[in-house]
Design a protein around this ligand. Sequence first.
Ligand SMILES: [Fe+2]
Length: 422
Amino acid sequence: MVMKSMMKGTAALLLVMLLTLVLPAAEGSASAAGGSSQQLRTDASLSVVNQFGEDPRTEWNFAWVTGKTINTGQVEYAPKAGFKSFDSKSITVSEAVSRSTETDAGVRMVHKVSLSGLQPGTQYVYRVKNDNGTVSLKGTFRTAESTPGAFTFLQITDTQGANADDYKLWSKTLKSALASFPDARFLIHTGDMVDSGQKNGQWEMFTSAAIPELISFPIEPTVGNHEAVNSNGTNPSDKYFTDRFNLPVETDAGAPPGTVYSFDYGYAHIAVLNTECSEEILKKEAAWLLSDMADTDRTWKIVALHRGIYGATYDSATIRKLWAPAFDRAGIDLVLQGHDHNYVRSYPLDGGKKVLPGKGTVYITANTGGVKMYPKKQRTWQEVDLQPYTQMFVAVTVEQKKLTIQAFDINKKLIDSLAIAN
Ligand SMILES: [Fe+2]
């Protein structure tokens, strides 16, 4: 009995050692930042997320969360062409803005770095360095080209889970999507990344399940209801979400800063909205969206949101009433949705009515990249509604004259596709 218990203890210790694997630094041992000779260690368990600043051609943002003993950190980066080592003088260092945050697991430190003045269409190499001498794995990012060209991005949604096994499904879905589209430029996650946004451990499971992917692939996230609320059903700052990501701030949108944003990429303008708001704020978001979309000269107009306004399981009638007229007026081509845990493609809609292909707005609900799936629920606006009872991902290919939407299951089997011509 004692022996069995000791063996269990040894196994647990080995697991902890594996999870917090600390390797010798792959790239030298001296800081290039200030010429100090601090001994560095690569912490392969350090989760870093990266996403665009306001302009994906020239601005790139990073965020990571550590224990409270790490006060600050930095990002070291250089163009990939000619990169030799992080010891080189060609490395640029950008200091993090760091602050503490209260979580259910105690105090944590949030670190964010925002880069600007980058070269368009350029691959960069980077790593995160903490003030305790740990460095992340080496990551890469690629700024958008200054001249638009065809590109593909991915959508995964509702990866929420309660334990590490649940989050392995998210990791597997992401790996499958990246294997199918190795040149995809970014992931739009349409919310409910975690099941309980107030649980630090779930965020750690979400990010640590995909460390090698997320360090080199931008995630453009959307607030879901599971990120937004706490056990009292309130979280006015969306802190659980904004602690974890480093997103542009749109002050005119009414929603908590860092939860509503938009960007141009290639021939598309993409806006991400926050459905977890009061009616008053939802109205402000609609007004912001109209003005945001009026400002763009890009061919394709795309919106991402969490609670689908033309979906299946739930009927988000209030949001539909407040937002659908704005989508019609703005000429939105495609809305990417989550929350309903099944796959839906709407008819092209205008004023809630079916219109001819190429007119109106198509609404996609991307089933789930996680464990929870709901049965189909028929709605009048659905052209396709499916529940294959497997995780799914969506790939959107944006060309000057064509928008191609393809939905796959986790085994890369094509489930649905649609091409929209302009
Ligand atoms: Fe949801």
